[in-house]
Design a binder for this molecule. Structure first.
Ligand SMILES: NC(=O)c1ccc[n+]([C@@H]2O[C@H](COP(=O)([O-])OP(=O)(O)OC[C@H]3O[C@@H](n4cnc5c(N)ncnc54)[C@H](OP(=O)(O)O)[C@@H]3O)[C@@H](O)[C@H]2O)c1
Length: 264
């Protein structure tokens, strides 16, 4: 899979990892469609991208409004041509314990982080199958590999992505459609500001761990390199990535360590 010159639709392109991916892919002369809710932020990113590539369009959408997404996908395909690469990136995190979290918060996180990806995928998959070409880049998390305090619905939504998109990779292998699942650790973005608390209010602050995360442009470059190298799954971050391997090979040590870490 080579991302150069491809038509790529990126959700969550108004900030953070999505924005950095858009800029790096613009440098690869890709034809981009940028989506998120905040139009003015998308226009800001679009302006930067157009310094590098000739085609960069925006389409505003709300991933929590699942019923609107069929039309969104139709509009994007009709207006901007078949999507060769879909980057499912838009998402929200969580900062609240199971015992005190309103169910509406669990539902919202599953809708934005999981069901919206499913809905958009089902809509664009037929054209990829017809063209015998396509690739899904799915931004999961290390929380897609293990549960962690204050992240119940977030971890659930990311685990669900692995089940769904690992299956899709097998099913569509013969049609030349691939899947790369990306598991970032801590990347320095505004994600903790927008993370939902128990009543659905935004957390509203930069957490210490987030502040110490790796730079977002480094993350974007690693994602692009991983996809170009045909990786099925990529881990990106600092020492927190070790936890994936500790859980796999030393589950007892993993449980002990998580209980020692102060969650933020
Ligand atoms: N930063 C990290 O440490 C980290 C670690 C692991 C995984 N991730 C994952 O990386 C992805 C990007 O996060 P980020 O760190 O770049 O955070 P971010 O800067 O907060 O970006 C989140 C993006 O998602 C969009 N979004 C949120 N809710 C949406 C909705 N209802 N409809 C449409 N778009 C929505 C936001 O756009 P609007 O607000 O304009 O809609 C924004 O563009 C997420 O899936 C996140 O889970 C991040």
């Amino acid at each position: 899979m080579n991302l150069q010159n491809k038509t790529i639709w990126i959700t969550g392109a108004s900030s953070g990892i999505g924005e950095a991916l858009a800029i790096e892919l613009a440098k690869e002369k890709c034809s981009l469609i940028l989506s998120a809710r905040r139009k003015e932020e998308l226009e800001r990113v679009q302006k930067i991208c157009l310094e590098y590539t000739t085609s960069c369009n925006i389409y505003t959408l709300d991933l929590s409004d699942i019923d609107s997404l069929d039309k969104a996908a139709e509009d994007v395909m009709n207006n901007f041509g078949p999507v060769q690469i879909m980057i499912h990136n838009g998402g929200i995190s969580q900062r609240s314990a199971v015992a005190e979290t309103n169910f509406s918060v669990d539902k919202r996180i599953m809708d934005v982080n999981f069901f919206s990806y499913v809905k958009l995928t089902k809509k664009i998959l037929p054209s990829m199958i017809k063209n015998k070409e396509g690739h899904f880049v799915v931004i999961s998390s290390v929380s897609g590999k293990f549960g962690f305090p204050l992240r119940s619905a977030y971890a659930a939504s990311k685990h669900a992505l692995h089940g769904f998109f690992d299956t899709l990779r097998f099913e569509e292998h013969a049609n030349n459609i691939g899947v790369t699942i990306v598991c970032p650790g801590r990347i320095k973005t505004n994600i903790s500001f927008h993370a939902l608390e128990k009543d659905g209010k935004p957390h509203g602050k930069m957490d210490d761990g987030q502040e110490q995360g790796i730079a977002v442009d480094v993350c974007a470059k690693k994602i692009i390199r991983g996809v170009n190298n045909g990786k099925n799954e990529i881990y990106i971050g600092g020492k927190e990535i070790l936890m994936v391997y500790i859980k796999r090979f030393f589950p007892g040590l993993f449980n002990w360590l998580v209980l020692k870490i102060k969650p933020t």
